[in-house]
Design a protein around this ligand. Sequence first.
Ligand code: AGP
Length: 613
Amino acid sequence: MCGIIGFTGELDAKTVLLDGLQTLEYRGYDSAGIAYYTKDGIKTVKSVGKVSCLREKIDQVEKIDQAEKSPSTCGIGHTRWATHGGVTDANAHPHTCGKVTLIHNGIIENYHELENALAAKGKVPCSQTDTELVAMLMDSCYEGNPMETIKKSVAQIEGAFAFCIQFADEPEVIYCIRKQSPLVACHTENGSFVASDMVALITYSREYFVLPELHIAKLTKGRIEVSTLEGKAVSPEMIKITWDMAAAKKGGYPHFMLKEIHEQPDALQSTILPRVKEGNLPDLTADHIPLSIFKDISHVIITACGTAMHAGLVGRIMIEKLIRIPVSVEIASEFRYQDPVINEKTLVITISQSGETADTLAALRLAKEKKATVLSIVNVKESSIARESDYVLYTHAGPEIAVASTKAYTAQLACLFLFSYQFALGRGCITEKECADKIAQLLHMIAAIEETLTLEKVLEEAGSDLAKAEDLFFIGRGMDYALSCEGSIKLKEISYIHSEAYAAGELKHGTLSLIVEGTPVVALATQEKVFAKMISNVREVKARGARVILITNGRPEVDASVFDYQIALPKLEDELVPFTAAIALQMLAYYTALHRGLEIDQPRNLAKSVTVE
Ligand code: AGP
């Protein structure tokens, strides 16, 4: 989703902004722009397309206008992911009105009222964006005092926002404010930096802070001052970055997605090992999760979006199986509109890689309002979801750059498994011995992940076959149905092939009519309990001409006539197969997209961090 970078200091601002925007490309965007201060005032250049198009445009501008070559010391840059208004240069940020130039992440919900109020004063925007209305609003409030202007303006704005603002009267100062949408900042001997994501700052600093909501940050060359809207100074807590830049670079892989698929053994070690104590028992004390929270829970609601929600589907099966209490999995964007049954005995688990997904954050807030205990499984430290939860289990998967989530998903599963074991132990549902056995198996699973990665060749072959398809199906039962949902979204988002996940037993209630000669079907048959039934379902589709990619746990006896490819995963306890199966499905999606010649890391229309509703 939209990316923000701002800088004021001793370096060339244009370079900092363009490099920063390049680093933020993974978030997904469709246009980009920067505003930067030179001795001739604040200049703005915007372009649809990639940051490389913006660079070219700036080069052209510089050729025409020699003055542009003078150093720029302060500026703001933005990658836009269209919400209000089409993908055009005019709609790209920054937007200027009078003395105000600003960039914005988020969505202004009352833009219509703002537009009408401004129209009543004879002011008409040039673009179709909600952002330009805010520039107009701020300019109309401006009487020479930026802090007052921001305060007055945000009082009239509803919705989510992160703004970086330059006022023409103070062109070397950047003012920032946010609500819901993230903003992080840091100061170094080179100057002050602000960004929507610390990945853009890591070249300059290994320490940053999160701007508290509805606080104003004033960035000057020499310092960053943070204050409340009432003007009271505050010092936000500094956060140290624990991973290095190499972790955020491709490290020799052609795509971040492939790199992140291959990082899963390491990511899982980082997620699991610190949470296992002597005797192979779970230990969540470093996560400050007290055993007491398990006592009074009567039911669990897991809420999340997309892949994170699919991790929840596996979590539900584990928790219900081990603890025998009801668990429901709710799509976060639906949750708050359904008047969910929540009380102080409800444990709400939110799951999010970014920790900034607007729908998941809103679900969390509703759960807290209704007095539920909220535990979140999050990858990004100090993200909004992490900060607002009662308890956090960090996934420790390292930065995930590709839009398609891979290592974050398996790390989310690992957290859910560890949590279920601890929960079951805490409630006396399993003995210490049973728990230790489960953890030993979980540790063994990491080695099986390494082995799964060696199946790349056959998965590439199957992927090249799928690449020709326009429609396909993923089928499975139980855990395998949860995995089918994940396999389907992964394939759709990067290969643009339509697919559907179906509970295998449900096929004959309608969907079987879509299976014709050559329709690809990815059949997951990894669970012993339903293996025979699953193979019957595979026969049903095969009899209608399907091309079947069969995924099994180990190499059980299967009649070779029912499949075209068999992906035999290393043999594991059935409940642990989601880890290895997920990796096979990720590689299948990756190679399908590769064979279709697609971009993979930044699929069309999608964003890494979805910070709008
Ligand atoms: C994953 O491949 C997707 N890009 C997407 O479904 C993602 O999982 C979803 O948007 C939730 O994001 P989060 O984990 O950052 O909350």
